[in-house]
Design a protein around this ligand. Structure first.
Ligand code: EPU
Length: 421
């Protein structure tokens, strides 16, 4: 239970590289279950969620060696079709084992994911879509027991866009007999990354990056090497950290096109944002304005950056509005931001921020990954000391975040467990 201590008030300056994408990496690692042999995946962030996924793959029967952002993974005989409760309860993305195990072995036993700090997160779209591909599903004793006598291509229409169910269906449909068409598919770059990886393995997927994805099932896949796309959420987080301190930073190792609307919002607020081929520079010049933001599936504004923008807009004079349209309860961090002096009112799925108050340091507690980053970011702009607890949430999604901020000039340190007790 480490804590992060921030002494606010320093401007961030300099250049920092973004890591590879967690949310692209998790399904891609699960997809290595689809074919025997050795895979070499690069640009993997060293995060606890990635290590949890590797642990899960090991329990299923793969050998994995993870060093310096590179993973060598050898999938041999699958000895176990199970994603156990102990792993699913700490990382919901363990559900990504379902599609590949069904495609490869015709069966899977996956713990049914429980509650989540972002509100209700059902998995009905995953299960209904897999049923359409010929899977029978039973839920018993907290587990999903899924079985198929052979996956068959089908037409799948998602009522709402879903990243996770689109990924699970892709990983099952690649080895199904016949063609699967996914309508209203997620268009996130992480889904395109997964589809590109699967195609490198010999799959035939067309239309990824659009709302209609067609998968022509193949009989067999083979291992492939791949390098993960940069983490657009980490990129957005670092840009907000630079912005909130009125500094000037450049984030490298990124794909600016993946951050289109986020960059536009930063420009609407009044920051200068310049893009180069693989990097983005942000700095402060002139007057700032409040803005209105609505989260929605890609290419609209990402829900994962919603808490970061709430922190930033708390420091911008005037009334800003944020509508959260993806998760039912992604505002648990508000009461913690209020402890830092932010003036925020919650009403249903909307917050209105009466920005411009000077934030002041206080002890706060992180309720989830992005909220942890938002509280640290707010602390950079606050007077005095802020101590953020429950930073294990941060470590699920950000690699050495405090070191990155320190290298840009932040006064920040991690207080390790042993030092605390
Ligand atoms: N939904 C259902 N039924 C389902 C699946 C989803 O009702 O079977 C609903 C969800 O409750 C939500 C909406 O559909 O309201 C979208 O959920 P989606 O399936 O797109 O989200 P996810 O796959 O569970 C991923 C990311 C999240 C990110 C969301 C939205 C991973 C591992 N997780 O979750 O990332 O917020 O997409 O972009 O890729 C994070 O990294 O901090 C994080 C929470």
């Amino acid at each position: 239970m480490d804590e992060i201590l921030v002494r606010g008030g320093r401007k961030l300056t300099g250049t920092i590289a973004a890591n590879g994408s967690k949310n692209a990496g998790l399904p891609i690692l699960a997809a290595t279950l689809l074919a025997d042999g050795e895979y070499h995946i690069k640009n993997i962030p060293n995060l606890s969620d990635i290590r949890t996924m590797i642990k899960l793959l090991r329990t299923i029967g793969t050998e994995a060696e993870f060093t310096d952002h590179e993973l060598r993974i050898t999938t041999k005989k699958i000895k176990n079709h199970e994603a156990p409760y102990e792993l699913v309860k700490i990382m919901r993305a363990s559900i990504y084992a379902l599609g590949p195990l069904l495609a490869r072995c015709g069966q899977a036993k996956v713990s049914f994911p429980g509650g989540c700090a972002l509100g209700a997160r059902p998995i009905d779209y995953h299960l209904e879509a897999l049923h359409k591909l010929g899977v029978t599903i039973q839920i018993k004793h907290g587990y999903i027991y899924a079985k198929t006598k052979g996956l068959k291509g089908s037409e799948i229409f998602f009522e709402n866009k879903t990243v996770g169910a689109t990924a699970n269906v892709l990983m099952a449909a690649v080895l199904a007999e016949g063609t699967t068409v996914i309508e209203n598919a997620a268009c996130e770059p992480e889904i395109s990354g997964l589809a590109e990886f699967l195609n490198k393995m010999g799959a035939q997927i067309d239309g990824h990056g659009t709302e209609i994805i067609t998968v022509h099932g193949v009989k067999e896949l083979h291992p492939a090497d791949y390098s993960l796309i940069p983490d657009r959420i980490e990129v957005g987080t670092l840009l907000v950290a630079g912005a909130i301190t009125n500094g000037k930073i450049t984030v490298t190792n990124c794909i600016p096109q993946h951050s289109g609307i986020v960059l536009n919002k930063l420009r609407d607020i009044g920051y200068t944002v310049e893009t180069q081929e693989n990097s983005i520079t942000i700095y402060n010049k002139g007057k700032k304005y409040p803005v209105e933001i609505s989260t929605n599936p890609y290419p609209a504004f990402p829900t994962d950056l919603q808490p970061l923008f709430a922190a930033l807009l708390s420091t911008i004079e005037g009334k800003s509005i944020i509508n959260e349209n993806i998760f039912s309860d992604r505002f648990m961090y508000i009461s913690e931001l209020q402890r830092l002096g932010a003036d925020i009112k919650l009403s249903g799925n909307m917050i209105s921020i009466n920005g411009g108050n000077k934030l002041s340091g206080a002890p706060v507690m992180a309720p989830d990954i992005r909220a942890a980053a938002a509280l640290i970011t707010a602390a950079l702009a606050a007077d005095g000391e802020t101590k953020i607890s429950r930073v294990y949430h941060l470590d699920r999604g950000y690699e050495y975040f405090e070191n990155k901020l320190a290298s840009l000039g932040a006064d920040i340190e991690r207080i390790e467990t042993d030092a605390l007790y």
